[in-house]
Design a protein around this ligand. Structure first.
Ligand code: ADP
Ligand code: MG
Length: 724
């Protein structure tokens, strides 16, 4: 048997268990050994029975004097009741609904028991303890020591896992090769794998358990760092088109804007333009709060590229945003005579200032948006006639070929690996090289430093850390249930002034009744978009125009709604109040909206709430953010207070990371990062240490020739850590 042997080969793992284990992603012996406990129970202190105390958890050793099953009519339960004694005394032991115990445990058996001492009708007793027979041959694994507790899964108890794992560990301990290079082990002073794997499952002390966890966190973070830094190294060896910094053009563009760029925008633009000048592909993340004006910076870069004779692509996460960008960017570039295309899953459009070759569009007029067929659009693109193509993921489909693409802008959380970029590369047949486009990725999610160093560590960072001047501070308030009506009155007055309102709810459908009962009270009041829409449109504001938008609607429905909310639809259909799920979170720009009302605020992360808040406050009017919560929890109120006192997305992100962990930042994307590493991402010290270790290895041996096992493991993580 080897580490790679399937668990099915283990005699104790039948088909039922194979299925359950598979659910956890456990297929091989190695997987099983790497299934770690998430906490421990300290039963290491065995005391004489005479010293047990009420309400305390204890561990005792003794002999069964008697054991029997008793049926209780009142509670319809079967109790297994035993008397256990040691030299110091005897105690009653009670188990609930486990009648089979009388078949396993017999009078005269020596037991180790761990559980809580309780007081009931019949006096003091040990309640539902973990039990284990004592024998010379076998060491204790469920009691009498620090006991591992694994994440609960149906039909897969910690007890069973301990029972399986112990012999496996004994057998394989010496066979697990150390995946970390010797040098790293020496410098980092972490536990070697063989000791760590034992101590994480069956630790000799809680300190050692912690050390073992740290070792595995280190290992995971090390590989993430190594992966990301290697990507960076690879891209730095690729070729890109060097785009000259056209100062006059840039000055012209800036002059054409209806506003003045902030210093942070200027600085970021400068960094980007400087990157574009290099014959190496840019790999830059532009990070800035919602409303900080990232788009115009990207457009400036694109203009510079296009005027140098190349093409740029601008990719948005949704169709709505792509269209919004198409309109907004066309406006920003109105004076610059460009052909700008729109390509989404369904639509192809082009706005053209330059003459369009005959036959592309019949009734073409300068400066007008026209629909053209996909075929034609792709043809134009290939010829290089379209300067800037805006769109969704459709931009990177197989059939889309650019003639001379030099820059890709990704709005909101997309990310390319070297391979994906290579797909967009143009090949230079004469020089037998491929030319990779520059990449500018933009995000409004403030990324805490540890994440920036690890998973985004291959990107250079530009920050827009100030908002355009003249924006008023958004008034943020937590509204208690009794003030709800007052808030509604206020909203009515806002709408009277022709402003608009967002209402965010945590879910789409009301949760069903059963679930509410099961998931206790906090769920009961979680508001659903559909319900809230009914309530607001029929009861609270029957005289106002209320709309609804959520992720289960079709793109077309969503667009229709957004059109009427953004004021671009028919006047009589204009929406005053938009009830929404978090779909509006990214990008949507409706400056006339001045109130953001968030239901069930406790259910969102701080960074996310901050993003919602950023949907308002985009005009000269005073804006408001109302946070509704029924949760009386102190922690909730503390968190929401942080939002009131801070307008700084980075600060909030750091707080969020501490409170909620990094899941919020990585979003729904499947990074395949194990839990341990996820929680270790909070630890800046560890993150810096692993990054340094990975860097040193790569500096010494960029191709990892000396480390074939590292390379192999990286290839595996490439499949796991997928870059969108
Ligand atoms: P985000 O960074 O969230 O993508 P946008 O690029 O959508 O922000 O910009 C938000 C709004 O601010 C847009 O309407 C844009 O025209 C405007 N804007 C951008 N930069 C400035 C500036 N320096 N001064 C005033 N308004 C600006
Ligand atoms: Mg944006």
């Amino acid at each position: 048997m080897q580490l790679s042997t399937p668990i099915a080969k283990l005699s104790q793992v039948g088909p039922a268990y194979q299925k359950r284990l598979k659910k956890l992603g456990i297929k091989t012996i190695r997987d099983l050994l790497y299934h770690f406990p998430h906490r421990y129970e300290d039963f290491s202190n065995i005391i004489p029975i005479s010293q047990v105390r009420l309400n305390e958890t204890c561990c005792i050793k003794g002999r069964i004097l008697e054991i029997e099953n008793i049926r209780t009519w009142k509670k319809r339960m079967i109790l297994t009741q035993a008397i256990v004694e040691d030299k110091s005394g005897a105690i009653k032991v009670v188990w609930f609904n486990q009648p089979y115990l009388t078949k396993v445990l017999k009078p005269g058996d020596n037991l180790c028991l761990a559980g809580k001492i309780t007081f009931g009708d019949k006096g003091l007793y040990l309640s539902n303890p973990a039990y284990e027979k004592i024998s010379q041959a076998k060491a204790l694994i469920h009691t009498g020591r620090i006991v591992p507790v694994y994440p609960e899964t149906e039909g897969l108890s910690s007890r069973w896992l301990r029972f399986i794992l112990k012999p496996l560990l004994v057998k394989f301990k010496k066979k697990i090769p150390e995946p970390l290079p010797e040098k790293v082990m020496r410098d980092s002073q972490i536990l070697p794998i063989q000791r760590a794997i034992w101590q994480i499952h069956f630790p000799d002390s809680l300190t050692l358990a912690k050390k073992a966890q740290k070792r595995f966190s280190f290992e995971e973070l090390f590989f993430i760092s190594l992966f990301v830094l290697r990507e960076k190294l690879k891209i730095s060896k690729e070729r890109a088109i060097s785009i000259p910094f056209n100062l006059r053009l840039i000055k012209n563009f800036i002059k054409s804007l209806p506003f003045e760029l902030t210093d942070a925008q200027k600085k970021s633009a400068w960094q980007i333009l400087k990157d574009l000048e290099k014959p190496r592909p840019m790999n830059r993340l532009l990070e800035g709060d919602v409303g900080s004006g990232k788009t115009v910076v990207a457009v400036l870069a694109a203009l510079n590229v296009v005027r140098a004779g190349f093409q740029a692509a601008f990719m948005a996460p949704t169709e709505i945003l792509a269209k919004q960008h198409f309109q907004g960017i066309s406006k920003l570039l109105k004076k610059f005579n460009l052909n700008i295309g729109l390509l989404t899953g369904k639509e192809n459009k082009i706005i053209s200032k330059k003459a369009i070759p005959q036959g592309v569009a019949k009734n073409w007029r300068k400066n007008k948006v026209i629909k053209i067929s996909r075929e034609k659009l792709l043809e134009q693109l290939k010829k290089g006639e379209i300067d800037l193509l805006i769109g969704t993921h459709a931009l990177i489909q197989e059939r889309v070929r650019f003639g001379k693409l030099a820059l890709v802008v990704l709005d909101e959380q997309h990310r390319f690996g070297v391979e994906q970029r290579a797909k967009l590369a143009t090949s230079n047949k004469q020089q037998k090289t491929r030319i990779i486009p520059h990449l500018l990725s933009m995000t409004a999610t403030p990324i805490p430093r540890t994440l920036a160093l690890t998973i985004y560590g291959d990107l250079d960072l530009s920050l827009i850390d100030e908002l355009p001047r003249g924006r008023k501070k958004i008034v943020t308030k937590v509204i208690s249930p009794e003030n709800r009506q007052a808030a509604y009155d206020f909203i009515r007055s806002v709408v009277k002034k022709r402003r608009q309102v967002f209402v965010i709810c945590p879910r789409i459908e009301p949760s069903d009744k059963k679930k509410i009962e099961k998931e206790v009270l906090s769920w009961a009041e979680v508001r659903a978009v559909k319900e809230e829409y009914q309530k607001l449109s029929k009861i609270v504001f029957p005289d106002l125009k209320v709309g609804m938008i959520h992720g289960k609607m079709t793109t077309k429905e969503k667009e229709e709604i957004m059109k009427h909310f953004s004021g671009k639809g028919r006047k009589d259909k204009k929406i005053d109040i938009l009830v929404s799920t978090s779909v509006i979170e990214v990008g949507i720009d409706v400056p006339n909206a001045t109130v953001m009302m968030i239901e069930g605020a406790e259910r969102f992360g701080l960074a996310q709430l901050h993003q919602f808040r950023g949907r308002v406050g985009r005009s000269k009017y005073q804006s408001f953010c109302f946070l509704f919560t029924d949760s009386p929890a102190k922690k909730t109120h503390q968190r929401l207070k942080a939002l009131i006192s801070s307008e700084n997305g980075f600060e909030l992100a750091e707080k969020d990371l501490k409170i909620r962990g990094p899941g919020d930042f990585l979003g729904q994307r499947q990074w395949g990062i194990p839990d341990l590493a996820m929680s270790a991402l909070k630890d800046i010290f560890l993150v810096e240490k692993t990054r340094k270790a990975a860097k040193e290895i790569l500096e010494e041996d960029p191709e990892l020739k000396k480390y074939p096992s590292l390379r192999e493991r990286l290839e595996k993580s490439r499949e796991r850590i997928h870059l969108e």
